[in-house]
Design a protein. Structure first.
Length: 256
């Protein structure tokens, strides 16, 4: 018969092996991605691997409790590239605004519906959604940036768009009880120019989440807590968060 200590040790070993396995799978995907290969149908493998990883992390005991964590309820995005309006729905629902993702989709502005052109000219996500919300990055669909999402949020209440923000600014909003929608970028650079010649910075790993809390001090948090519209609650180190938030210019929308 195993005693309690042995059972805890076995559980720890199992979780370590699970995270190691998922990490190796994610590394294999990343190597293919940065080498320029299209992952195609195997994107499901990547998504399942990440889901296993985040689920495993969620079961592990955290050394320190959250200093602040808003009770934002999870909503899984309903379209391949609808993370922005899924995140907005979660933030609005937290503020007692009863709105569906479908309603937000109806009111969300589009800049272009067409895929990227052969000469790397496409739409402007600062004006509206670029491509198909049911498309795939990098060519048939992309997304939308903070300005139009803040305008959409204003239909239901107060909101503020942030471009070039600071971590202290985000933490202050969380402490005040306001969820913050944040844009992050990683992976292969898929930037393009608009027909007017504007350069649009973009990454194949662009994604949007709701910042809900943090661990550690407000002045220098150890980690940030977010609600991901695909994977649920995730914990990121400050370094990882800042690196991916910085990649797209530190964009955010605060929902009041």
């Amino acid at each position: 018969m195993y005693n309690g200590s042995m059972q805890r040790n076995l559980r720890t070993v199992f979780m370590f092996l699970l995270i190691l396995f998922v990490g190796l799978g994610a590394t294999h995907w990343y190597q293919r991605e940065v080498s320029g290969f299209k992952y195609g149908g195997n994107s499901t493998i990547e998504r399942v691997s990440k889901q296993l990883y985040y689920s495993a992390v969620a079961t592990l005991p955290h050394i320190k409790p959250a200093t602040k964590d808003l009770a934002v309820r999870f909503h899984r995005q309903e379209h391949a590239l609808s993370c922005e309006i899924a995140a907005l729905k979660m933030a609005l629902n937290f503020k007692q605004k009863n709105v569906s993702e479908t309603e937000l989709w109806v009111y969300m502005p589009y800049d272009v519906y067409e895929p990227r052109s052969a000469n790397n000219v496409w739409g402007d996500p600062d004006k509206g959604f670029v491509g198909s919300i049911n498309g795939t990055m990098p060519n048939s669909g992309y997304g939308i940036y903070e300005g139009p999402i803040a305008d959409l949020a204003h239909k239901y209440g107060e909101a503020k768009a942030i471009n070039g923000g600071t971590l202290a600014e985000l933490i202050a909003e969380i402490d005040a009880g306001n969820p913050v929608i944040v844009w992050s970028g990683y992976g292969r650079d898929i930037s393009w120019n608009t027909p007017e010649g504007k350069f649009v910075r973009a990454y194949k790993g662009t994604h949007v989440r709701v910042l809900t809390g943090y661990v550690g001090s407000a002045e220098n948090p150890e980690s940030l807590i977010m609600m991901d519209p695909i994977y649920g609650k995730v914990w990121w180190s400050q370094g990882k968060f800042m690196s991916q938030w910085e990649a797209l210019g530190r964009r955010a929308v605060v929902v009041y």
